[in-house]
Design a protein around this ligand. Structure first.
Ligand code: NAI
Ligand SMILES: C[C@]12CC(=O)[C@H]3[C@@H](CCC4=CC(=O)CC[C@@]43C)[C@@H]1CC[C@@H]2C(=O)C=O
Length: 255
């Protein structure tokens, strides 16, 4: 289905990103996995075979992303799709009244830097390369897909930094889609609910069970493959643009 399509996936060594890499490959695409040097990205690329490459990147670095784009062109000749999955989850209350300690500013800045600035950095750089493609019959040159979270809308206690970073991703989706419309590049954001990934596995099992029971239907964590299926759908459907799509089993998180 995606024969000839070339994608890059940030955060592609783990969780939602890794499932996306696998789905794009299954459909006949070729994929560059971008993830931290400390990630298992090299092993993941080896496991997936010759239609993948791993480039160690920090998404907040301009040079790292330029390197990744250069590798994409050298190895696969073009770029059609970029999927932003790289992200970190942090949690802290705004003020700890027992310890008389405010939210650590560095931690707030880091969360914004990776989740929001990192996503923006990738978008602004991939747009130039995707824009070089010849348009298809519909005028489309490619697609950029971002990952927010339902915490962008229903942020919980302790999620001020995480929610702000993800709300930023939601907020820039429409203006960036408008910026890139003339070039025929679509921009879409997915806001996942609760998915079974290494990020989620930081929580103890009883807490996960409790979270699962809070999802109306299906009352369980999402599988990373279900996220990847939405990525596939967004790529296939040229009318989806400038929108954030919740993928959450109708969960609305409690405070
Ligand atoms: N798992 C879940 O339930 C949900 C996840 N999300 C979001 O989905 C995205 C993917 O999350 P998961 O797959 O669950 O997490 P994960 O922890 O399994 O994967 C995240 C990947 O991002 C990479 N990464 C982190 N910082 C990076 C940086 N500065 N540069 C490059 N790569 C970096 C990590 O090395 C890791 O491989 C994240 O943005 C997360 O906030 C959103 C809602 C729910
Ligand atoms: C990010 C998200 C909600 C959270 O805040 C938690 C995170 C899993 C790891 C965590 C461990 C903690 O001890 C504090 C909370 C949290 C940072 C969750 C994974 C997915 C959740 C999300 O984005 C929901 O939309």
């Amino acid at each position: 289905m995606f024969k000839g399509l070339v994608g890059i996936v940030t955060g592609g060594a783990s969780g939602l990103g890794k499932a996306t890499v696998e789905q794009l490959l299954k459909q006949g695409g070729r994929v560059v996995i971008c993830d931290l040097p400390s990630s298992p990205g090299a092993d993941v690329a080896k496991q997936f075979g010759n239609d993948t490459a791993f480039v160690p990147v920090d998404v907040t670095s301009e040079q790292d992303i330029r390197n990744a784009l250069q590798t994409t062109v050298d190895k696969f000749g073009r770029l059609d799709v970029a999927v932003n999955c790289a992200g970190i989850a942090t949690a802290s209350r705004i003020y700890n009244f027992k310890k008389e300690q405010p939210f650590d500013l560095k931690s707030f800045q880091k969360t914004i830097e990776v989740n929001l600035v990192g996503t923006f950095n990738v978008i602004r750089l991939v747009a130039g390369l995707i824009g070089k493609n010849a348009p298809n019959a519909d005028g489309q040159r490619g697609v950029i897909i971002n990952t927010a979270s339902i915490a962008a809308f229903d942020g919980q206690i302790g999620q001020a930094a995480y929610s702000a970073s993800k709300a930023g991703v939601v907020g820039m989706t429409l203006p960036v889609a408008r910026d890139l419309a003339k070039q025929g590049i679509r921009v879409v954001t997915i806001a996942p609910g609760l998915f079974r990934t290494p990020m989620m596995d930081q929580l103890p099992e009883p807490a996960i069970k409790q979270l699962e029971s809070s999802v109306p239907f299906p009352s369980r964590l999402g599988q990373p493959e279900e996220y990847a299926l939405l990525v596939q759908s967004i790529i296939q459907n040229p009318m989806i643009n400038g929108e954030t799509i919740r993928l959450d089993g109708s969960l609305r998180m409690q405070p």
